[in-house]
Design a protein around this ligand. Sequence first.
Ligand SMILES: Nc1nc2c(ncn2[C@@H]2O[C@H](COP(=O)(O)OP(=O)(O)OP(=O)(O)O)[C@@H](O)[C@H]2O)c(=O)[nH]1
Ligand SMILES: [Mg+2]
Length: 334
Amino acid sequence: MIIQRTVDVSQLTRQLTGEILVEGMSDAWRSRIRALSRAITFLENDPLLAMNVLANEHFAGQACHSRVIGLTGLPGAGKSSLTNLMVRAIRKSQKSVAVLAVDPSSPLSGGAVLGDRVRMQEHFRDPGVFIRSMGSRGALGGVARSTRGAIRLAGLLGFDYILVETVGIGQSESEIVELADTTVLVLMPNSGDEVQLMKAGVLQLADVYVVNKSDIANPARMMNELHENTAPSDISHWCPRVLATSATNEQGIEDLVQALEDHRIYETTHPKGHEVRRERATREILRALHNVIEPDFISAINTLKKKELEDVIEGKRPALSVAHELAKTFKRSH
Ligand SMILES: Nc1nc2c(ncn2[C@@H]2O[C@H](COP(=O)(O)OP(=O)(O)OP(=O)(O)O)[C@@H](O)[C@H]2O)c(=O)[nH]1
Ligand SMILES: [Mg+2]
């Protein structure tokens, strides 16, 4: 909240559009990138800032055409290694790309940030590439909200692709699925991942399944299992791609980039694909609505009497009934 007061949203927005340059910078595009980096720092502290920036008149009516790709999977599966190679492949086709690595320093693979930095070094000087890691334990709303804001802001700068790396199997996927146009789940062969996947019920979530590290173990069994479990019953639906890669040997990367392109074509040309996008947009609006209304809800909750809270604590009254009552008062006052 303190940060929010110190941000000059109008100035930041004008820096993001390139209308004014960040102090000390002479190159317009690099200045915009610097502004983006700054904006993301502010966002991590106050995710609602994105809303203020996006609603600013400088951005009014400006469309984002970026393709958002979410990469997820267990720590150490090879997400960053694959991201690095995908960036290279995307750059070969002259497209620009922003990489947002959410919480890259997972405890299991330790020191990943440093590793990522070394790996990504070849892209740091490339003005067509923006790389940024984001903490997952940010204030107010956590990963999803600040990541969503960062995606939107990067989109306004016109990046062709935005790659978002998140760690996890389970809950965090559902978040990334909502954020991404295409979700890629990165797995390791013979790691017992499949058992975990079944348990977490995430086999229907991704659009592309990548069995990485195929240089150290045969990916065939896992690929079969994925094929069997992810094929849609309705053939007009997208049939998730199942690919084997080896980031170490730089194998399978072109197929992966092609799968992303195929999925884009499906989503933008197929009626069913359009339906999926409509559902995603609806969910996004719903979530945004929630974000817009939440501060008012919090104020309403703060008006609760001690007695009402105690009743819920003691189990004398369900929280839902209190909520209903609050909602009634809320509707009357709006
Ligand atoms: N043999 C082999 N090793 C790989 C491959 N891809 C990645 N690795 C190694 O696996 C380790 C983890 O790779 P990362 O790319 O950091 O994995 P990650 O999924 O980004 O990990 P977190 O960000 O910590 O979740 C590194 O030591 C990589 O060099 C591969 O295809 N084959
Ligand atoms: Mg990583």
